[in-house]
Ligand binder design. Structure first.
Ligand code: SAH
Ligand code: SF4
Length: 363
């Protein structure tokens, strides 16, 4: 048994109530949940952890999400856009160190200059690295034409978090206007899938007013949308945002961290063969948080390879860890910790989502 649920059922066809019960587990039961998630993870996606070298391309954003430190309305942020050479340098670093993949993330813009620039960078990275790096983009909502151009240039995965699958909660954390339209976000996910991307989504965990039922529904949303990748993590307040004022409503950092891990585990158990990232927000709330995320069922990490002077301006939330540029020693440490747990880092391999191929076989 895990909680009140027989062990055989966990891993089988979980209903909404079961998901809520698992997300509400406490004490020793949580370890049992993680063990089950590890079992499922090893069976469906193996014992490797794949890397995406994260490049935070620009902190300029046209949107105003209430939770995010780089929202357009935050006038205290010094805005940057990496020079082309800085991007190529980071990509070559990832290539030389066997990272296998890149993830390029940015504030959302939809002007021509931005669209052209992303297309150019993807094409040029391909040329300079022998087309040997997998490329994930996370650059927000765009038109179908833009998504297609970037796909044709060589990006093949796209991460667009739904943030919350509850429309009501989504509206609480975004301005109510055309730029922050829940249905457009859904439409974007559909477009990305149609074009042929491996599609990822995710939510923030521990938001004010969010319940275990909301989170269970988020996991059911992932399943219904048949996504290939999940990137989710605890919500962490940022002082220069409207939601800072609601921080009194939050559970403790420790509770939000633990809930983040439980979300990973339950998502792994239900969705099985998807890629799940152990995100930076976990590392922010707990020492070795990234490792703990992996041991709860995640199989992807995103080492930050943005030049540190810029990474500190890509501050989505308080206390975001800024690497001192010593990415490799940190990975060596992680690799040793993973080995102690029967896992290891994968080198020179894309680590595409197994689910993507299964999904396309069916269609
Ligand atoms: N602009 C793009 C990508 C960059 S933001 C987009 O919004 O899709 C990437 C993610 O950071 C967002 O999806 C959000 O889930 C997360 N994020 C932003 N502010 C956060 C906060 N205060 N706490 C935790 N995660 C946050
Ligand atoms: Fe911009 Fe993304 Fe932050 Fe929203 S979450 S303000 S779209 S960077």
């Amino acid at each position: 048994m895990i909680g009140d649920i027989p062990y055989e059922i966990v891993g089988g066809n979980l209903r909404r109530d079961d998901l809520v019960a698992l997300l509400s587990l406490g004490g020793d039961e949580i370890e049992r949940l993680f063990e089950k998630a590890m079992e499922v993870r090893k069976k469906y996606v193996g014992d490797k952890v794949h890397m995406r070298g994260l490049i935070e391309l620009s902190n300029t954003c046209a949107k105003n999400c209430y939770y995010c430190g780089i929202r357009a309305g935050n006038k205290e942020v010094s805005r940057y856009f990496l020079e082309d050479d800085q991007v190529f340098h980071a990509a070559e670093f990832a290539y030389k160190n066997g990272f296998g993949s890149l993830a390029i993330q940015s504030g959302e813009r939809s002007d021509r200059e931005f669209i052209d620039k992303i297309e150019y960078l993807i094409t040029e990275i391909g040329k300079r690295t022998n087309n040997s790096l997998g490329i994930t983009l996370s650059c927000g909502e765009q038109t179908e034409e833009t998504y297609r151009r970037w796909f044709d240039a060589g990006a093949h995965r796209y991460l667009l978090r739904i943030e919350s699958s509850s429309q009501e909660l989504y509206h609480r954390i975004h301005p109510r206007n055309a730029k922050h339209d829940f249905n457009n976000r859904l439409k974007s996910l559909e477009m990305l899938k149609k074009i042929g991307y491996q599609v990822g989504t995710g939510v923030m965990i521990g938001l004010p007013h969010q319940t275990a039922e909301h989170l269970a529904d988020d996991i059911l949303f992932y399943k219904r949308m048949d996504v290939d990748m999940i990137g989710m993590g605890p919500y962490i307040p940022h002082i220069q945002t409207p939601m800072w004022h609601d921080r009194g409503l939050l559970n403790s950092d420790k509770e939000r961290f633990e809930l983040g891990l439980k979300m990973i585990a339950v998502t792994r158990i239900l969705l099985k063969d998807v890629n799940i990232a152990s995100t930076t927000a976990l590392e922010t709330l707990s020492e070795k948080g990234r490792l703990k995320g992996i041991l709860a069922g995640a199989n992807i990490i995103m080492p930050n390879i943005t030049p540190p002077v810029f990474a500190k301006s890509y501050k989505l939330y308080e206390n975001k860890p800024i690497s001192d540029g010593n990415v490799i020693p940190a990975l060596e440490k992680l690799h040793a910790d993973l080995k102690d747990n029967g896992l290891s880092l994968a080198f020179n391999s894309w680590g595409d989502s197994k689910h993507y191929f299964e999904r396309n076989l069916k269609n």
